[in-house]
Design a protein around this ligand. Structure first.
Ligand SMILES: [Zn+2]
Ligand SMILES: [Zn+2]
Length: 311
């Protein structure tokens, strides 16, 4: 909420300025591809047509999605006590990787409707699991492309369950509590009638936010005041999948499958769920680290217009 950005029209760019060479995508030796399940830790949830299972001694095959512990976790169930002279707390929580599809050469931008729909349902289920275990915050995010932080090219989402509400969210909640009404309700209602609207799908709006930190940043917001994925009914969850795929498809078509991050912002209660998609096409460098202010050479109105024009 208290983010700043500079819309630098003087540095104006066209979509082609952000297009870079595609990464070589290989499936040989990919630990996330079917047949290579032994290369990963035991899955905590294996999704198949006949149910959800956990891996035992042998790995379960025939899955359409798999959820595995991260090999290099940032948070663990039973952490060591912290040491050192500064304030510290144990890294208690969870760190999982959700492999959303067995297909190596696919991504949410190209998923069919069933796959994207299943993906958001898995997000909701894993969110529920960690919130029920007492996590204070569950971060769900996707890094797509090496420049966006993905170390493996096979499509996957990360989930990190935290023992605390992160400072960024605390600041946001504090700002929201000082306002007379929910700012996101205001944003979605106003922007749905603005030139920054990209599209709507059912109860969802996809907008280029006024305070876009990156070129072609997109937000997905429900029109209804809903705090998290668990409050969505079946049809809103379904529409979220379609809207997310629609947004990513537009981005991919316009910028030739650029690296990006998307992040789900949600809270147990008292919040307005939103999903932010940020293409990783500009560098976070000295100025941003020194000031926290992002320079964005593409005005959101231009971004929305170009994203709208993708069929
Ligand atoms: Zn793969
Ligand atoms: Zn709201």
């Amino acid at each position: 909420m208290e983010e700043y950005c500079v819309i630098a029209k003087e540095r104006a760019r066209r979509p082609t300025d952000f297009i870079r060479a595609r990464e070589q995508r290989v499936s040989k030796e990919c630990p996330f591809c079917p047949g290579n399940e032994e290369m990963t830790p035991r899955a905590v949830a294996v999704y198949r047509d006949d149910g959800v299972f956990a891996d035992g001694e042998t790995r379960i095959r025939g899955w359409w999605a798999r959820c595995i512990p991260n090999m290099y976790p940032a948070m663990v169930q039973a952490p060591d006590a912290p040491t050192g002279e500064w304030v510290a707390m144990p890294a208690r929580g969870g760190h999982e990787v959700i492999i959303e599809s067995p297909e190596h050469e696919s991504s949410p931008a190209t998923f069919d409707q069933e796959t994207i729909s299943r993906m958001v349902k898995v997000y909701a289920e894993r969110y529920r699991y960690h919130m029920q275990r007492g996590s204070a915050y569950v971060s769900i995010f996707k890094n797509w492309g090496r420049e966006a932080g993905a170390s493996l090219s096979h499509t996957h989402t990360q989930l990190i369950a935290l023992p605390l509400v992160p400072p960024q969210m605390m600041r946001e909640l504090s700002a929201i509590s000082s306002m007379p009404a929910c700012p996101y309700c205001n944003i979605v209602e106003r922007e749905a009638r603005s030139e920054r609207l990209i599209f709507t799908k059912g109860d969802w709006a996809c907008i280029a936010p006024f305070y876009s930190q990156t070129p072609y940043e997109m937000w997905l917001l429900p029109f209804k005041h809903i705090s998290n994925l668990l409050e969505l009914d079946e049809s809103m969850l379904e529409d979220l999948g379609i809207a997310l795929k629609g947004a990513l498809h537009r981005l991919s078509a316009l910028l030739n499958d650029p690296p990006y991050n998307y992040m789900i912002f949600q809270m147990r209660s008292g919040y307005h769920l939103n999903i932010r998609i940020q293409p990783a096409v500009t560098k976070i460098a000295g100025f941003e680290k020194n000031t926290g202010i992002h320079i964005n050479p593409v005005p959101p109105e231009q971004a929305a217009s170009e994203l709208r024009s993708v069929s």
